[in-house]
Write a protein that binds this ligand. Structure first.
Ligand code: SF4
Length: 380
């Protein structure tokens, strides 16, 4: 089978990942490549067409939720590093893609698999002079030197934890070792960032790091997922946690398990951003008795209804962290408020509007110059 068709097979299963010289084939930019290309938002906020693919969809492991698990009967494909690098460059030169997200099933062990991913990246960066976006997977059980090499080649590296702890991972992937194979390489990422001065030569900075959880596949609670996420943000410098709702896959041990509701995914993202960007801690999350976030209300509003409805915050005195706890005020709004307060005492909803804050969401939880804004504002 020719490399383009193998790539088509390899890319066709990538919707489960959230989220990014064999002779170059001649490609027609006008042709439809929707099976290959995903529009992806980059860490800098820009949206680019991204080729999201695997080097191989063969795998020797048997994770219980995964479409690629060993022994599952479906059509698999493999590209060699050289083939992948050249075919990607052909797409890139034809203007069809602007970035590459490259992962792989595990064949021949973690180290050999990681080597093939690194070989592909080396060919792209070295021989083919590719300078665009590259998101490279770190394989479970990769070695320290391989993690370092990946960090020198990629704009983003990621390693999927899948579950928040060892106990839950046993249900999803009984043959993966949570600490040794998954957490340890992530710790090396943090260690390299801290101790090595030689950064990624393509960007003159280290790549960002991300992980993914399969939500709802192992009976874990939101509280378990978010406490691991909080640890990764603070200790590893994680840029992004992806919460991928569990979807049962035919002919896997979890095929009869119910899919996870999208609303749970949304609430987890909201809560994780509150922890990462808004100064919230785990104790402030409005978990129910089973450790889950209420589905019907955004966690920031839920917290404010309990904590601020009777004790509104004075906008002219609240600290930055307190401002960030008020619904309707984000990091940009908090900065605008702090800088406006240095010049004037804020007295009215109009003062808030002038600095770009819509007072409607904040009104039930604030005081302006000692006075609650009109409740009518919440209808605006
Ligand atoms: S190692 Fe990765 S690709 Fe292989 S079965 Fe597990 S999750 Fe799937």
């Amino acid at each position: 089978m020719d490399p383009v068709n193998r790539l088509k097979i390899l890319s066709s299963h990538m919707d489960f990942e959230p989220a990014e010289d064999y002779g170059c084939p001649k490609l027609d930019p006008a042709k439809e490549y929707s099976g290959f290309v995903h529009n992806a938002v980059m860490p800098n906020g820009q949206t680019i067409p991204l080729l999201k693919t695997l080097l191989t969809s063969a795998c020797e492991r048997d994770c219980h939720y995964c479409p690629f698990r060993a022994g599952r009967n479906f059509r698999r494909a493999t590209l060699k590093p050289d083939e992948m690098a050249h075919i990607f460059m052909a797409f890139h030169r034809a203007g069809i893609v602007k970035g590459l997200f490259l992962s792989s099933g595990l064949i021949g062990g973690s180290i050999r698999t990681q080597d093939r991913l690194l070989d592909t990246a080396q060919i792209l960066r070295g021989k083919l002079g590719y300078r665009g976006y590259l998101h490279l997977k770190i394989m479970p059980g990769a070695e320290f030197d391989q993690v370092e090499q990946a960090m020198q080649l990629a704009d983003r590296v990621s390693l999927n934890l899948e579950a928040p702890n060892d106990h839950r991972l046993r249900y999803l992937a009984p043959h993966k070792d949570f600490s040794a194979e998954l957490v340890r390489p992530l710790k090396w990422v943090a260690e390299l960032r801290k101790n090595r001065f030689q950064t990624n030569p393509w960007r003159n900075r280290w790549p960002s790091v991300a992980t993914q959880f399969v939500v709802g596949g192992a009976g874990e609670s939101d509280s378990e997922l978010l406490s691991t996420t909080e640890y990764l943000y603070s200790m590893i410098g994680l840029k992004r946690a992806y919460f991928s709702p569990f979807k049962p896959v035919e002919n896997t041990p979890l095929e009869n398990r119910s899919p996870t509701k999208l609303q749970r995914e949304n609430r987890l993202y909201q809560a994780s951003f509150l922890i990462r960007d808004y100064g919230f801690c785990m104790e402030e999350m409005p978990f129910d008795a089973s450790g889950n976030l209420p589905e019907g209300i955004d966690p920031k509003l839920g917290w404010a209804q309990v904590n601020l409805a009777e004790n509104p915050l004075e906008i002219n005195q609240a600290s930055r962290t307190e401002l960030l706890h008020i619904p309707g005020i984000g990091p940009k709004g908090a900065e605008s408020l702090l800088s406006a307060r240095r010049k004037q005492h804020l007295k009215s909803s109009e003062d808030l509007r002038r600095i770009g804050i819509n007072p409607a969401r904040a009104a039930p939880f604030i005081l302006l110059n000692g006075v609650r804004p009109s409740t009518q504002l919440s209808l605006l």
